[in-house]
Structure formats: structure tokens, C-alpha cells
Design a protein around this ligand. Structure first.
Ligand code: FAD
Length: 309
């Protein structure tokens, strides 16, 4: 595996990378996936997914295992390592891993996703995916008439709060500053809504639950230190995303936030290197859109490879 030149290396095994692999494997490209430290991607950390076509309700890890099996079935190889460095200045491209493997490939799909920022406070990792989530579009419907908290004061937090209104009137926004940072229009939609309560200058400092699901939080005022305990059913954390582009960002064009810039759907600034999923798409951030992107990236890579060979 190490000495040969691969047709296609796919970096990342979330919905984008695995779907790219299914398409590439079925085109006989014998793709290699480098898994990274979260094989299966973000859905491995959630419970039920109800917006994947063809599955009314499926556990996130089960869905990802099914897609992985399908990719493997058609001949995808997997390497349980992480890409730490690349050289895209010469062809074939070179990628190095955390175990010092040097791999060469004629084409690369980057599908390394983005990591939602966490508060990093006690209880958060215990209840991540068990009532703590980052995706209102995905999970709002699980909270009809329930008490929910939205953490953040930017556009995403405001959008999440507005979206939650379709399901519940018991919404509290907790924001660390004394003013919201969202655009004026988005702020107004929330501040003018009598059902949305906003707690300023505050953040969650502890999550508690019953082992299965988060049930209450401690909210601490950053100025006074005052703590309040609040019973809740769900928490939506909307404090930003970090695209996983550290090994690549010196070699391909990225925007100011580190997301990969693309043209023509999947093409990066380096010919032969393609991007798919949350690593470039901060707008939709869905499993299905990432999978669709993975499909497009594989088809584009296949076309690129057939032109250079
Ligand atoms: C709690 C939660 C619940 C969600 N629920 C839903 C839902 O119900 N429905 C829905 O559609 N979406 C949901 N989402 C969003 C969805 O998970 C993402 O949009 C989707 O997983 C993005 O897919 P991706 O393949 O682009 O990246 P990811 O899933 O983020 O996968 C990235 C992959 O890249 C790998 N990687 C990263 N860096 C490296 C590296 N240097 N070298 C090698 N590999 C690397 C990781 O190990 C991982 O395998 C949810 C997200 C969260 C956090």
C-alpha cells in the first residue's frame, strides 16, 4: 500500500468520504480512505437520525457502519491513521500520516469535515448526542413543546432559535456577551419574540442528566458569578465550527475561517485535489448534502484521472 501510487486517496470517512469511496470503488479506482481519529465522522456521536432518505429513524453509528460496509464491499481499502502533512506542489501528490507513512496518489478527495466547537465543561461529553446537539435542523423535531436552550449569540444561534419555534415556545438563548453578535435582522426576529428568553453575560458551566439524556444545566453569570440551575430537555450549541483543514491549508486556498474554497462544485485551487462535505460547506452541514458532495467529488476525480492517464 505504501510504495504504490494510488489512483485516489480519500481523506476522512464521514458521509462525504464514504460516499466518494462507494462511487470511486464502483468505478474500479480502488480508493484508499484514511480514516482520521473519528471513523464514521460526526454522526458517530449522535443518536437517532430521521432525515436520511430511506430510513425513518436510524442510529447515527448504525447508519455510518452500513455506509462503511457498502464502501468496503465494493473494494475500498481503509487506513486507520490521520493525515498530518501533504505536498500538493508535485504530481503524484504526497500525503504523510501520524505514523510516518508516506503515501502517493494521482488524485485526492479531502472530506475531513468540521468540528463543532464545544464548551468543554463537565458533563458535556457525557451527554453529547444525548440531548446536546449542534444541529437544530436535524434535531428540533425531537423537542415538541419541550424546554430547550440555544447557546450562542450569532446568526446560527438566532436561526436555531427561530427554527425551534416551529416545535416549542419554551426557548432560552444563553449568550456569553452583553449583546448578540448576529446580523440586525436575525437579532430582531429573536428579540421581538415573546417566547424566546435571552440570558446575557452567561454560559453553561455544567451539564447533568440521568445517564441516558441531559436533564439540567448550571448557567453561570460571567460578571457576577451567580449560578442558576435550569431543567431542560435539549441543548443546541451554536458557537461555531472549526474546519479540519490544518494539514492542507498551506497548500490549497481556504477562506478566512479555514474552510476550503471550491469552484465548479468540488474543485479546489489544486487541479486533482477535490473537496467534499462540511470541510467546505458551512451552509447546509447535513449528512445527505455531504454524501451528495462525496458523490460529485468521486465523479469529478474519476473524470480527472481518465484525462491524465
Ligand atoms: C450531534 C450531531 C448531530 C447531527 N445530526 C444530524 C442529523 O440528524 N442529520 C444530518 O443530516 N446531519 C446531522 N449532523 C451533521 C452531520 O453529522 C454532518 O453534516 C456530516 O457528518 C458531515 O459529513 P462529512 O463527511 O463532511 O464530515 P464528518 O462527518 O465531520 O467526517 C469527517 C471525517 O474526516 C476525518 N478526518 C478529519 N481530519 C482528518 C485528517 N487529518 N486525516 C484523516 N481523516 C481526518 C474524521 O476522522 C472523520 O472521519 C449532526 C452533527 C452533530 C455534531
Amino acid at each position: 500500500m505504501e510504495n504504490s501510487i494510488h489512483n485516489l486517496i480519500i481523506v476522512g470517512s464521514g458521509p462525504a468520504g464514504l460516499t466518494a469511496a462507494i462511487y470511486a470503488a464502483r468505478s474500479n479506482l480502488k480508493p484508499l480512505i484514511i480514516d482520521g481519529d473519528e471513523p464514521g465522522g460526526q454522526l458517530m456521536g449522535t443518536s437517532y437520525v430521521e432525515n436520511w432518505p430511506g430510513e425513518k429513524s436510524i442510529l447515527g453509528p448504525k447508519l455510518m457502519m452500513n455506509i462503511r460496509d457498502q464502501a468496503k464491499h465494493f473494494g475500498t481499502e481503509f487506513l486507520a491513521e490521520t493525515v498530518t502533512k501533504v505536498d500538493f506542489s508535485k504530481k503524484p501528490f504526497t500525503l504523510w500520516t501520524n505514523r510516518n507513512k508516506e503515501l502517493k496518489s494521482h488524485a485526492v478527495v479531502i472530506a475531513t469535515g468540521a468540528t463543532p466547537k464545544r464548551l468543554n465543561v463537565p458533563g458535556e461529553s457525557d451527554y453529547w448526542g444525548k440531548g446536546i446537539t449542534t444541529c437544530a435542523v436535524c434535531d428540533a423535531a425531537f423537542y415538541p413543546d419541550k424546554n430547550v436552550l440555544i447557546i450562542g449569540g450569532g446568526d446560527t444561534a438566532m436561526e436555531d432559535a427561530s427554527f425551534m419555534k416551529k416545535f416549542t415556545n419554551k426557548i432560552t438563548v444563553v449568550h456569553i456577551l452583553d449583546k448578540l453578535t448576529a446580523s440586525h435582522a436575525m437579532q430582531q426576529r429573536v428579540t421581538n419574540d415573546p417566547d424566546i428568553n435571552i440570558i446575557y453575560n452567561s454560559t453553561i458551566t455544567e451539564f447533568h442528566g440521568n445517564g441516558e439524556h441531559v436533564t439540567n444545566v448550571v448557567i453561570t453569570n460571567q460578571n457576577t458569578g451567580e449560578k442558576i440551575k435550569k431543567d431542560i430537555d435539549g441543548v443546541f450549541i451554536a458557537i461555531g465550527l472549526k474546519p479540519n483543514t490544518d494539514p492542507f491549508k498551506e497548500h490549497i486556498a481556504c477562506d478566512n475561517w479555514g474552510f476550503i474554497k471550491i469552484t465548479d462544485n468540488t474543485k479546489t485551487s489544486v487541479e486533482g485535489v477535490f473537496a467534499a462535505g462540511d470541510v467546505h460547506d458551512y451552509r447546509y452541514r447535513q449528512a445527505i448534502t455531504s454524501a451528495g458532495d462525496g458523490c460529485m467529488a468521486a465523479l469529478d476525480a474519476e473524470k480527472y484521472l481518465s484525462n491524465i492517464k
